[in-house]
Design a protein around this ligand. Structure first.
Ligand SMILES: Nc1ncnc2c1ncn2[C@@H]1O[C@H](COP(=O)(O)OP(=O)(O)OP(=O)(O)O)[C@@H](O)[C@H]1O
Length: 718
């Protein structure tokens, strides 16, 4: 790409597609086109900066990163402003520190803001879009070029403009040097007038150039000397013609740069009026071309976007069709292959047309083609508008179809995924169930085999049992016969027993009659015995009566006296017993003399110290029998302490059969006689034990809490 006009012609040719449905432009070409435009803008900017600051020597094909590096310190930006309006920005010596660079950039941006020019952000200069920076500087360039020309024109044509009129926007600080301050104000005024000037250039409607004038323009472009030497008539002739319209943009830029460089080299900043007019005309032409091409590029860009969207939608449709059923996939694949083939052919065609167009690039024919292309461009524009509307409608419909198909496809995919999940779940469940059933079948099979074996064993057992049952049956038959024989034998024996029982019964009957006869005979014999027994009881009662009468005759109250022996520790000398008789006891009274020195006492019987317990009880025993015959008997001992009462009645401690006292012996006799009379008499025996002490009678057997002292609640009297 050598110039803007070249781009214009080339791109217009490329955008002429065969029809709206199959345009042969790919996305890579669109991006290349954009990059080429941006590269062109960068080249214009670099040329402009190199013109202002020749010492920089920026390469014409500078890349974004390098341009960013050169501008990021802000020093170059401030230098550009100072070059356009000297002293507008105060810049210190170049300092590589970040703060100094940021300060320089801020100064530049503030100045741009004061001038009402578009500016960028510091971040754009550091890592953002360099395009924003380039556009800003190109705007500054365009403004400065156009309005400086206007200023020059107005300055040269009318020297009456007041130097005091400019705004004080650039006077950030009061200057101590009046001349310098006045100079700054003058340039600020010029710049402000520049900003107030027309921005858009008037479109050129010139007809095709005539050949002689074009030759003059070529001469101007190829001028090696000073532009100031150009005659006013020549410039006027160029201005009046439309030769500038057909001139290459690069040539126009070279013309402008040449005039500006010459003006700078002359250092007085003055540009002849005619050159200023020429410059303005050239700049207007350049701006018109830039504007036209920008609009054209925007249109093409939109067209490319529409076609891109269309292709994207078609690709999506084909992808959707490809992801559908197998047949649709094959059809979509074939269509996609066909489309790719078409695209390849179109690309080849496009490359071929590019080659043809490049070969047909001729500087002489280019001017003619531009006018033709303009008309074609208009036609193409209309066609493109029409196609775009059609494509937009088709794209909209296709987008809706695609959206609907995609939605359907999504629904189908969701349904398929859901069905797949259900199928997987069912398969897993089926497999699990199959495994369970297999396991159950295996276990059932094993169980059946086990049961079959058991049944076989049972059948074997049953067969064995059947055999044994048969043998048992035979045994039972044999036993039955044996039992039958036994029963027959027993029946015969029973018959014999019956016969025997009859004979025995007869014998018993005979025995009974004999027994009754004997009983009668015994009764007859027993009667004298009964009479004798009755007589015996009478005799016995008489005997008891006589016995008790004897006892009464002996005396109802009998007093016996027992003299105990000396016990260990007692001295025999001190005994007062002088004589012990059968019924008499004589004791001495040492306090008396004469016949009163001895006293004699009479008793039923007197027992001496050597008398045994048996001898004492022998005189008491008859009273025990009287008790059982119904007489009241009382036996009690009387005497002073230690005289031997307890010994006589109970016996000593650890008494033996020989030494037992009267009480034990009386009870033994009592129960003995009672036992002998059991067949004839019934007795009830009760026991009461009392104590008489200090004329108080106490019941010693009461344990129920009732008072022990006499009178007692119940005294059993037998
Ligand atoms: N006939 C006897 N032969 C041998 N020892 C006897 C005889 N009579 C009593 N004694 C002895 O004399 C002591 C006193 O006897 P015992 O306790 O019977 O007297 P007591 O009259 O019951 O006295 P208390 O009135 O004080 O109870 C006892 O040691 C007892 O063994």
């Amino acid at each position: 790409m050598n110039s803007l006009s070249d781009n214009h012609g080339t791109d217009s040719g490329e955008l002429d597609s065969e029809d709206g449905s199959s345009c042969g432009i790919n996305m890579g070409h669109i991006f290349n086109f954009r990059n080429e435009v941006e590269a062109t803008h960068r080249m214009i900017l670099v040329q402009w900066i190199n013109g202002l600051l020749p010492s920089l020597c920026l390469p014409i094909n500078i890349m974004d990163d390098e341009l960013r590096a050169r501008l990021s310190n802000g020093y170059v930006l401030c230098q550009i402003l100072n070059k356009l309006v000297p002293g507008s920005v105060s810049v210190d010596d170049f300092d590589n520190s970040v703060s100094s660079q940021t300060e320089n950039v801020n100064k530049f941006l503030k100045t741009m803001d004061r001038l009402g020019l578009p500016h960028f952000k510091i971040s754009d200069l550091q890592k953002g879009s360099i395009k924003v920076v380039v556009d800003c500087l190109l705007t500054l360039r365009a403004k400065s070029l156009q309005n400086c020309l206007v200023d020059k024109i107005s300055t040269s044509s009318s020297k009456s403009e007041s130097p005091r009129s400019p705004s004080r926007i650039f006077c950030s600080s009061p200057s101590k040097e009046p001349k310098e301050d006045q100079k700054k104000l003058s340039f600020a005024s010029k710049f402000q007038r520049v900003l107030r000037g027309p921005v858009t250039s008037e479109p050129s409607a010139a007809p095709a150039p005539t050949h002689p004038v074009d030759q003059k323009v070529q001469d101007v472009f190829q001028l090696k000397g000073s532009y100031a030497d150009l005659s006013a008539a020549k410039i006027s002739e160029i201005m009046k013609s439309n030769s500038l319209d057909n001139a290459p943009t690069q040539s126009l830029l070279s013309l402008v740069n040449g005039i500006l460089e010459e003006s700078i080299e002359r250092k007085n900043g003055d540009i002849p009026h005619r050159l200023a007019c020429l410059l303005r005309r050239v700049v207007q032409e350049i701006e018109r071309r830039v504007s036209t091409q920008t609009e054209h590029l925007r249109t093409q860009n939109n067209l490319f976007k529409a076609r891109e969207e269309k292709y994207q939608s078609r690709i999506k449709v084909l992808d959707a069709l490809a992801s559908g059923t197998k047949e649709e996939s094959e059809i979509g694949t074939s269509q996609l292959q066909q489309l790719k083939t078409d695209k390849t052919e179109e690309e080849e065609k496009k490359k071929a047309s590019e080659d043809v167009i490049r070969l047909m690039k001729d500087q002489e024919e280019k001017n003619m083609e531009i006018s033709t292309l303009k008309q074609e461009l208009e036609t193409t524009k209309k066609l493109y508008e029409l196609q775009r509307s059609q494509l937009e409608a088709a794209a909209k419909g296709a987008a809706e179809d695609v959206a609907r198909m995609m939605k359907d496809q999504d629904d189908k995919n969701e349904e398929i995924s859901r069905l797949k999940q259900e199928l997987e779940t069912t398969i897993k469940t089926y497999e699990l169930r199959c495994s369970q059933l297999e396991a159950e079948a295996k276990s059932a099979k094993l169980e059946l085999e086990h049961k079959s074996k058991e049944y076989n064993h049972l059948i074997e057992d049953l067969r064995n049992k059947e055999a044994s049952s048969e043998s048992k049956y035979q045994n039972w038959i044999m036993k039955k016969r044996q039992y039958q024989n036994v029963v027959d034998f027993q029946f015969r024996s029973l018959q014999q027993l019956k016969v025997l029982w009859g004979s025995i019964k007869q014998d018993i009957t005979q025995g009974q009659s004999i027994y009754s006869e004997e009983c009668n005979r015994l009764g007859v014999n027993l009667k004298p015995l009964v009479d004798a027994t009755e007589k015996y009881h009478v005799v016995l009662a008489e005997n008891r009566r006589l016995f008790n009468e004897v006892q009464e005759l002996k005396g109802n109250i009998r007093v016996y006296c027992r003299i105990r022996p000396f016990i260990s520790g007692q001295k025999e000398k001190r005994s007062i017993v002088e004589h012990i008789g059968e019924n008499e006891l004589v004791v001495a009274n040492p306090s008396r003399q004469g016949k009163d020195a001895f006293r004699s006492f009479k008793f039923n019987k007197v027992y001496g110290p050597a008398t045994t317990q048996v001898e004492v009880y022998s005189d008491i025993q008859p009273f025990v029998r009287s008790v059982l015959d119904g007489y009241n008997v009382c036996i009690f001992a009387y005497g002073q302490t230690g005289s031997g009462k307890t010994y006589t009645m109970s016996g000593p401690n650890n008494a033996t059969t020989e030494t037992l006292g009267v009480n034990y012996r009386a009870l033994n006799d009592l129960f003995s006689i009672l036992k002998s009379r059991t067949s004839t008499f019934s007795y009830e025996i009760g026991v009461q034990m009392v104590e008489i002490y200090n004329e108080q009678v106490r019941d010693l057997l009461l344990t129920d809490g009732s008072p022990r002292k006499y009178p007692f609640p119940r005294i059993m009297a037998n």
